[in-house]
Design a protein around this ligand. Sequence first.
Ligand SMILES: [Zn+2]
Length: 274
Amino acid sequence: MEKPKLYLFLYFCAIAWCAFPQNNGWTPSTYAHLENKMTKADGNIRYFVNPKLNIAERDSLIELTAKYIRLNLALIEESSFNDSVYIVFAGNKDEMIKYVGTPISGVTLLKDDYVPENMIYCIPKVLKHELMHMLVLLKWKPTMGDSLKHPSWLEEGLAVYADPEAEDLGHKSIEGEYALLYQNKKLLPLRLLNEFPTITTDDTSQIRIAYIQSGYIVKFLIERYGIGKLKKLWVGNVDFNKIYGIDMDGVIKEMNKDIGQKYFSSPKYGKHFN
Ligand SMILES: [Zn+2]
């Protein structure tokens, strides 16, 4: 490079350096149990990430979070989210053991006597799922008093509806996966679904089925009856029959009738999975 061009190049590098400082706001964490992370606050959210990620990768997690919050708020027809939340990204499930004692993909915890902040610990893959838990808990829980009165399938189902990609569906949609379970007579009876997520079974595939089934039930309820009724059910002051004018068994029969007609009564049988 000739000298004048080199000076010009260095001059622009210097400007870029000043405009975009090296760490772009990321600093080593001094928070208890999170000392090995880099941290950065953006609005109401503080992020904790692996220092091995480069700046662009760290910032892309912030952008992704903002996008997922926007999409999830739209699904539950809420407009804003200003509560303080800490999000701790783990590199893999093994790292989750350090934070929550077990190799799960993610967990959402509300601030209480033992948890100093509203916290999400997760691998990036389930971020949108955990954000939906957090949004709904912070938006809807204050209206419901002290105790959760709704079944866990409703809570998990809403998170699966928001983020079906986290469920390893391959090329199928949540509806396509449900249809396949229906076809193979693998759907869980309501009794078992109501035990979710503490289904006691040796067949671990039933846990996965419970997530898929819950997700599709919530999808059906929202798309057929609207988010307002689902919120009433979630808040838990009114029982299912009073809200929907039909019992849950009846709704599931409706769902399965629709699935049967859409997927299995057509001569193009089998081509509707997507
Ligand atoms: Zn969940």
